[in-house]
Design a protein. Sequence first.
Length: 147
Amino acid sequence: MANQVFINLPVKDLKKSMDFFTKLGFSFNMQFTDDTAACMVISETIYSMLLTHDKFREFSSTDIADTSKVREVLTCLSVDSKEEVNAITERAIQAGAVEEREAKDYGFMYYRSFADLDGHVWEMMWMDPAAENGADVPADATMDSHS
């Protein structure tokens, strides 16, 4: 079996969070969803467990991060095109997200980021398949030269 990734995120209002991510095109595995947790399907091997604060505290002995003051994580998801990066980000903004940073286009890579309803930052990213497969990236297309 392939390794699976579960990203556990505390949310203030589980229903609102589920509605938000549904608007972005994500689905939920109802077998692992109840009033305290929702299993959001990102891919066949990647999931995000959206957990009420009380449920999240069952797994962590430390405080839940105040995302208005600190970043606990940046979750980056790759998609198939620049257009898909823009479409998902725009749907997120329309659903109540806040754009975290302006778009970055490095030629071989393009991304945008937004903070969801609970302040968790999601980056949507497209990378040129040639760059992903180890093709040489032109020197003027590096991240340092475009930041």
